[in-house]
Design a protein around this ligand. Sequence first.
Ligand code: GTR
Length: 357
Amino acid sequence: MSMNKKLIALICMVLVVAMALTACGGNNAANNEPAKDSNAGATEPKKEEPAPAVVEGPKYNFRLAETHPADYPTTKADVKFAELVKEKSAGRITIEVFPSAQLGEEKAAIEQVQLGAIEFTRISSGPLGEFNKDFGVFSLPYIFDNDEHVWNFLKGDAATKLLDSLETSRLKGLTYYSSGSRSFYSTKPLTSIEDLKGLKIRVIQNKLNIDIMDALGASATPMAYGEVYSALQTGVIDAAENNYPSYYSSKHYEVAKHYIQDSHQRVPEVLMMSKAAWDKLSPEDQAIIKEAAVESTDYQRAEWAAYEKVSEDAVRAAGATITQVADVKPWQDAVKPVIDANTVEFKEVLDAISAAR
Ligand code: GTR
């Protein structure tokens, strides 16, 4: 190789190395530019850099209504969401979380959020069914096999469409959170489906819940969550139903110590905003709220998984008698009329739920 050729080869090598270094440095924190195609040719997906905080814009001080106490997984996630919003808006948007139903029980909270008097709430899809018919689907019994099935569905298009449909009810759905599965508990011994017959069972206010209790031979008593403890204690009701975390944190296990795990419903939690308040925000601020909500989801799911275990252990240790339903088929058969009566109404979503199995 002549001297000239060697020189040209050397220059080419230097250029190639320089170009490679420039490409690597194209997504660093210093330039704050998100990578255009960060996954191209990469074996491992690269983490997106956080978008810079949106400093310019109006200041807001919002409120968020939460039914559960401060140490409950949904409340912790609400706080996480508020922190993320504050960070992303450089402190312009603050959200104060009011736990323990301080701003009202769930039904009242939804109404306030519809009006824009409260800007945010974290709510169960159970009561939402009364405000938005499509959400009733989550109250149908035994439609999900397990938590994985629930999340396969929640991560798909049909669940996003459902969340978006809340706009027709003056609500802006932001994200779903975990809520495990609901099972029955009673002040009276409860070890089989037969034991439910004739019981007065508190339900979340929702027509489908009443139909389910009828199908099981029980009688449904719709009631706000905050009233259940004393209603069980005084015998106004015999039973209620919920997941382990609520059974534990509400202390219902103290007064109704017979729990039968049949997992009849898996009713996701929803974080949502008032549509009226949402519409007043700039597109940049809307993006902040949406991103923060989505980012708080994994945190909530992790908190949920841990607390579900803690609460089951705690109620067992406190002397609750827990019966695991070995064969759920008789239970499914008993409530089949409720499913049959609603298959047409919820067909599209039910198909998506089956496909997510
Ligand atoms: C809990 C849910 C609450 C509330 C409660 C109830 O599982 O997290 O939002 O709906 O159930 O039974 O009222």
